[in-house]
Design a protein around this ligand. Sequence first.
Ligand code: FE
Length: 258
Amino acid sequence: MLFRQLFDPDTWLYIGKGTETLLFRQLFDPVTCSYTYLVADGETKTAALIDPVLEQVERDFRLLNELGLSLQFCLETHTHGDHTSGTGKLRELTECEGVVPDHAPAAYADRRIRDGEILRVGDIQICAIETCGHTDSHMAYRINDTHVLTGDALLIRGCGRTDLRGGDAGTLYDRVTQRLFTLPEDTLVYPAHDYWGQTVSTIGEEKRWNPRFANKRREDFIQFMAALKLPDSQTMMEAVPANEQRGRLGWRARSQSA
Ligand code: FE
């Protein structure tokens, strides 16, 4: 069963064949247009949050309690430039471990995850896929064989910028085309941000319709990304140092600085 929802982030999204114990929820931060994902095993009641946002920790913590879930991991896809991670706060409120990509500049990570490594949340498997290029330490997370959380490597009909903090357009093109577009076409794509109200896509859709990659050669993509000339994000000045210390600072900002 494929069930697609358009912008009502507080309802269950997808429970289907092969995912009977998977509880999956997409949560939205309207200030930074960031998505946080709750992935849980409905049988064991263990859970992971991917890319929690500091200002939404109260919401996320309440939801965990209401659903009777025990938070095992907070995972980051990368060191965010546009918001402070909620991991530090959630770690104070729960027994969870903070997990960051290998080589990510996060001073207080409990654990670093490598390409191909699998975390288990009950019967749910979360497999890390190295997808650098937006930053130089970025992981996508494949949930069982049905969902992939693509961070800022692949957005719906777009991708994260490559001009800041270790970004490299050629690397991003290689990782998206070789590591993500090689997944089964019906894999559900859930990005870390969306600025246009889109919530979910599939690998097949993005291969065909993502204007940055579809029928684009590597050189075309590099040229396109260089020509974007995006403004420097003021929030980067605050968010990156805060996230390197794993979400110990807080502020609000409005920015499209995925
Ligand atoms: Fe980002």
